[in-house]
Design a protein around this ligand. Sequence first.
Ligand SMILES: [Zn+2]
Length: 91
Amino acid sequence: MSIAAERIERLHALARRAARAGDDDRAREYVRLAHRLAERNRLQFPCEFRRFTCDACDAYLIPGRNARVRTRDGHVVVTCDCGHQSRYPYE
Ligand SMILES: [Zn+2]
């Protein structure tokens, strides 16, 4: 794993911890940093991380807290508090 990929994983852990502690602004900062790192290094954003971030507002999503998760037509639909919806194939 490259250093950049490791840093992204680390930022994921930090974002999750901050979001769970209720510090949404800090979580968002970590998500943004991770996005920037991935872009700069042309890395694919890890899908487990992507799934828990909002594409519109960069929030780190915690289902039941700042996001709603529904399954529909074989997809998982995640709705952020900002109203943005993301859809993923159901696994
Ligand atoms: Zn959002």
